[in-house]
Design a protein around this ligand. Structure first.
Ligand SMILES: [Fe+2]
Length: 239
């Protein structure tokens, strides 16, 4: 896991202002563990949420959603995406691009709820890239990245939980065996910092960490994305 500066505090605030301005476009996301409606939203579309049909009655497929959301988001957040691409490109030492068939990185928005003080986040390994075709382009599927930019965090902080369990160790086991492996494995917590980008492979088991001290005025707003290196040398970044 690596952490690098991406935005100043004022720049984060500028992104937050645009997110708030577009509140009518926030999409509610349901947690699998609870039937209760929780104030968790996305702005933009992650393939995880489309695949699992968690967008109410919407029936658009992932690419249609992506095209629809990408166009207004690139306009609204253009300077921000330029920055993300530039920071990633410097970090990866390679060109970074989006693809019109795939969603650009989007936002997770958590408002206060007492259940967010509990560990609701699903322990998982990121494997979305194994299901995407990348428009027929050959990609290195063994070395993906997942990245998060923190824009607004609860006053007591927030972050990501990791366990020392690798996707390739558990890809063929049952969910019960995966959970058993996680329970036995070494755990670590990485706190996020506003304005910083955290980059990891996505292949070690992880989850959104609970915010045990969350207060009613707190919000947790991050940008989320994934990437794969194409055989042509560029990185393709998506959500
Ligand atoms: Fe993940």
């Amino acid at each position: 896991m690596q952490e690098i500066p991406c935005l100043s505090f004022d720049e984060c605030q500028k992104v937050i202002n645009s997110i708030d301005k577009n509140q009518q476009k926030w999409l509610p996301i349901n947690f699998r563990e609870t039937q209760e409606k929780l104030p968790f939203f996305s702005l933009g579309v992650g393939i995880t949420y489309i695949v699992t049909k968690r967008y109410g009655n919407q029936t658009l497929g992932y690419s249609d959603w992506a095209k629809h959301e990408n166009s207004w988001m690139l306009e609204e957040f253009g300077w921000f995406y330029d920055r993300v691409v530039s920071v990633l490109s410097h970090f990866l030492q390679a060109p970074v691009q989006f693809n019109s068939e795939l969603s650009i990185p989007g936002f997770h928005i958590f408002l206060y709820h007492h259940l967010f003080t509990q560990p609701l986040g699903i322990v998982h390994c990121d494997r979305q890239h194994l299901d995407l075709g990348f428009s027929g382009k050959e990609a290195d599927l063994e070395n993906p990245i997942s990245f998060t930019v923190s824009l607004e965090l609860p006053k007591s902080g927030s972050g990501i939980d990791f366990w020392d369990v690798h996707f390739r160790e558990i890809e063929k086991v049952s969910q019960a065996d995966f959970i058993a492996a996680v329970k036995k494995a070494e755990h670590s917590y990485h706190p996020y910092s506003v304005g910083n980008m955290v980059i990891h492979s996505g292949y070690h088991a992880h989850r959104i960490a609970p915010v045990s001290q969350m207060q009613t005025s707190d919000r947790r707003i991050t940008m989320q994305g994934h990437g794969v290196k194409l055989h042509s040398g560029e990185w393709l970044v998506y959500w």
